[in-house]
Design a protein. Structure first.
Lengths: 257, 137
């Protein structure tokens, strides 16, 4: 190998810039250590004129990643490259209900109590909310706006977000009479809990904590830090009536004034 | 999870579709794709790759709502080891078991793993006999 190296030369680019081909891909795309190819030593020798240590090993990784990503990219288009504004076909509500039911059973097995159970549901919904906010904003395109008032963001959730997630607006939006930082969004018959009957020993539980998590994420994502919980407040006509209690961070209310 | 869903899903399926008994597996496959998947996921997977004895077939998914927005992580393992939509395999196994058909289901390729299409293999094992609950004979 060493005989193939060229003779003495004058550097044009300073040698600190020498090691070329350092992968620009994030570390998560690097191959698993176990899959690094066995012929890495030969690559090391070839690249190793001066900075053998770091530059050499980087070149090794690079050649591997580029090979594997080439295989993949020739086969498919990444999900990230697809157009988001296309609305995909809808699936049946039962399909959602079945999966949600399994998710609830899964969490029930692991939960230590009702509070923990609702926290888990909330966290699951939080991920939905984060993505829903982005998706709704992207789909609104040029008409999308940044809400800066508590009331307008609540109306956005009450109407736009609810329509995206559940196909209709929520039934009411109220301000608490007791506390200035508390608001309520009310749904007479939440889509996600309509097939759920809660046993008596879990009567404090409301599985709409899942939706509460989504609301919380949307509020947090719009810089209205809040805590959202779901409570069943039944009436005779609407046994499933759910109140989503939104407690804003005092700073948010302070900012409004 | 999928298996449990299947056990319960068949009830709704029969109530809504009102289909009767299938005479052969070929008919069953058609119903699964054209009625079952249409009803619950609004898609109709293609049925293909029958074996000569008509006991195994594949459902080929052009689209998959379950994996609509999914990219597997590039940690080098998920692409080899994770069958993301395995829930669907369980649903079919559970649902068919409730109509006395014992099958084995598994994914053999998945677009999420870089394949050209998503293929779910269904193997017919046997027809289950009605069992009389103990103490009722």
């Amino acid at each position: 190998m060493s005989t193939a190296l060229p003779g003495p030369s004058t550097p044009i680019v300073p040698s600190s810039r020498q090691p070329t081909g350092i992968p620009r891909t994030p570390s998560s795309t690097l191959p698993h250590p176990s899959t690094r190819s066995a012929n890495s030593t030969s690559l090391l020798v070839r690249s190793g004129s001066g900075a053998l240590g770091s530059a050499g090993s980087n070149t090794t990784l690079h050649s591997n990643t580029s090979a594997s990503s080439l295989i993949m990219s020739s086969k498919r288009i990444s999900k990230y490259d697809k157009n988001l504004s296309r609305k995909s076909t809808e699936v049946s509500l039962s399909s959602f209900a079945f999966i949600f039911s399994e998710a609830i059973q899964y969490m029930h097995k692991r939960a230590t109590g009702i509070q923990d159970f609702e926290n888990r549901l909330n966290q699951l919904g939080y991920h939905i909310g984060q993505r829903a906010l982005e998706l709704v904003t992207v789909r609104e395109g040029k008409s999308a706006r940044r809400e800066t008032k508590v009331l307008s963001i609540l109306q956005f959730i009450h109407t736009t977000l609810w329509k995206t997630l559940f196909g209709r607006s929520a039934d009411a939006l109220e301000r608490s009479a007791d506390a200035a930082n508390e608001y309520m969004i009310i749904d007479f018959e939440p889509m996600i809990t309509q097939f759920i009957s809660v046993p008596r020993e879990l009567s404090q539980l409301n599985c709409a904590a899942f939706a509460a998590g989504a609301i919380e994420a949307v509020l947090d994502g719009s810089q209205f830090t809040a805590n959202v919980t779901a409570h069943t407040v039944e009436t005779d006509e609407h046994p499933l009536r759910t109140v989503f209690l939104i407690k804003f961070d005092p700073l948010v209310i302070e900012r409004e004034k | 999870m999928g298996y449990n869903i299947g056990l319960r899903l068949i009830e709704e399926f029969l109530a809504k579709s009102g289909t009767g008994r299938c005479r052969e597996l070929k008919e069953t496959a058609e119903i699964i794709s054209k009625v079952g998947f249409k009803m619950f996921l609004n898609i109709t997977p293609t049925i293909d790759n029958w074996t000569a004895d008509f006991k195994q077939f594949s459902l080929i998914f052009d689209e998959n709502p379950l994996a609509e927005f999914v990219e597997l992580p590039d940690d080098g393992r998920a692409h080899r080891e994770l069958w993301y939509s395995n829930l669907l395999a369980g649903v079919i196994r559970g649902a068919l078991e409730m109509v006395q058909l014992q099958v084995e289901t598994e994914f053999v390729s998945d677009t999420l793993q870089g394949s050209d299409y998503t293929e779910l293999r269904v193997k017919f094992i046997k027809t289950l006999e009605d069992e009389i609950p103990p103490g009722e004979d």
